[in-house]
Design a protein around this ligand. Structure first.
Ligand code: NAD
Length: 443
């Protein structure tokens, strides 16, 4: 009998549903089927491919309530946020499809034609924290570029992935999209299978493993990995605005967001005021199950992740950090809003991605020191600076793919891109979309 993956509601541990795990021979069969189907899919024009996405969006829109509830139950985020994610998978994906279509148009100049042809079969491997959006952001450009896709969602959120897959496969030609359910074992098998590209969003450690396994056939890679985002608060920052941003960013999705603010460095002249503001705002934060009213964040996805967050908090305390808010008496399945000051670079909070509702703060005496502390990380996904006079200079010095000045990192006008060990390849914008194609020059 096939092994099952049971999906649990992280707010109460009750089973929401189950899917069958795929065997390793299923995976090679699915990749072979996708390979066959891709040949016909490649014959459609990009305009025709975009049309499929309009029908898909209409069905997602018609089913938005049930999809939103499923996403809430399986992942734990509140209804409002989950609903935004479902919309992104529908008409948001149509807008994305249009952008890709424009990006991959052939170019002809002085007798030379540059074409952007499909790569073949793309494995899309995605995480649980934004289980629809992270998949949509990679599946859409892969398909519009004329590739077939084998989708391996996270084992934590297989039901919402299956629901999305069911809608895609209802409209797309047979076998152009495939789904593989499983954990790391299935992920590794898919990476080593006969796919041409791996588009991955997930942790740094898994990203490294994928790169190693993909090397044998020089498979194309897009790697959107984890972060440990710093924030610098300069002397002339609007402290209330900076504190509001810090709490909102650190606690978004219970801190389970790749670009959530994890480490904050504040000018010593304003650190006390900043800490007071942060504690005042964070004290009013409410957590609870997705269907409770007025919650700011939900449960932690699983026990292992919750244990890691608690271990990071304990480690900081043992090494001399000062807990300004929370830090203990976490109810089962949740982490209370936690603000920790006087952190240093020996602590796990500074060294690793915590991925929980924890704000860590330390002071600096010179801007150079703040920049050095911020850049002292293998990660380089997002970074933020609040302030006026030196803010633009600081933004230039920060080693991150996306830097926000008096706002969060990431822009609708730029690619979603990591630096250092937070990413390798990226998606979004013309150059990002083209990574899902083979560039071909004919003259
Ligand atoms: P994860 O790396 O543990 O798992 C991601 C996916 O990879 C899952 O589907 C998993 O089953 C699969 N997998 C596990 N081992 C594998 C292997 N050896 N080979 C192939 N596939 C394998 O990550 P997660 O816990 O699901 O997600 C959280 C992580 O994702 C965090 O680090 C977060 O920062 C990151 N993330 C990054 C972005 C971004 O845009 N950069 C966005 C969202 C999440």
């Amino acid at each position: 009998m096939r092994e099952k993956i049971i999906s649990y509601d992280p707010s109460n541990g009750e089973a929401v549903g189950e899917v069958k795990k795929n065997t390793l021979s299923d995976i090679s069969q699915k990749v072979a089927n996708a390979k066959m189907a891709q040949k016909e899919w490649a014959m459609y024009s990009p305009e025709e491919r975009v049309k499929f996405f309009s029908s898909i969006a209409a069905e997602i829109s018609a089913k938005s309530e049930e999809l939103t509830e499923l996403l809430c139950q399986e992942m734990g985020k509140d209804y409002h946020r989950a609903s935004g994610e479902v919309q992104g998978a529908g008409y948001g994906a149509v807008r994305l499809a249009e952008q890709v279509r424009n990006a991959i148009k052939p170019k002809k100049e002085m007798g030379t034609t540059i074409k952007y042809v499909p790569l073949g079969v793309v494995a899309v491997i995605s995480p649980w924290n934004y289980p629809l959006m992270m998949a949509v952001n990679l599946i859409t450009p892969a398909l519009i570029a004329g590739n077939a896709v084998v989708f391996k969602p996270s084992e934590e959120t297989p039901l919402i992935a299956q629901a999305y897959f069911d809608i895609l496969s209802k409209y797309l030609p047979k076998n152009v999209i495939q789904i593989v359910h499983g954990d790391g074992e299935q992920g590794r098998a898919l990476v080593e299978s006969d796919v041409n590209m791996i588009a991955f969003t997930g942790s740094q450690v898994v990203g490294k493993d994928i790169m190693k396994r993909a090397a044998s056939n020089i498979k194309r890679l897009v790697m959107e990995l984890g972060g440990n985002d710093p924030m610098i608060v300069l002397e002339d920052a609007d402290i209330e605005q900076a504190a509001r941003f810090a709490v909102a960013s650190s606690f978004e999705n219970a801190g389970q967001m790749c670009t959530s603010t994890e480490r904050i460095y504040v000018d010593e002249k304003v650190v006390q005021e900043f800490q007071n503001e942060v504690v005042a705002i964070a004290s009013n934060y409410k957590y609870g199950p997705w269907n409770a009213s007025n919650i700011n964040y939900g449960p932690i996805i699983n026990e292992k992740q919750r244990d890691k967050i608690i271990a990071h908090i304990k480690d900081a305390k043992v090494k001399g950090a000062k807990v300004l808010l929370g830090g203990e008496n976490h109810p089962e399945r949740y982490i209370v809003p936690t603000v920790i000051a006087e952190v240093n670079d020996t602590m796990l909070l500074e060294q690793e991605e915590t991925f929980g509702p924890v704000v860590s703060i330390d002071s600096f005496s010179t801007v150079k020191e703040a920049i050095t502390r911020s850049n002292n990380s293998t990660y380089g996904l997002g970074a933020v600076v609040f302030g006026e006079q030196n803010a633009a200079y600081v933004a230039e010095q920060l080693e991150a793919g996306m830097v926000g000045v008096n706002k969060g990192p990431g822009s609708g006008y730029g690619p979603w891109v990591g630096a250092k060990q937070s990413g390798f390849g990226y998606h979004g914008t013309v150059s990002g979309h083209r990574q899902f194609t083979q560039t071909k020059v004919i003259n």
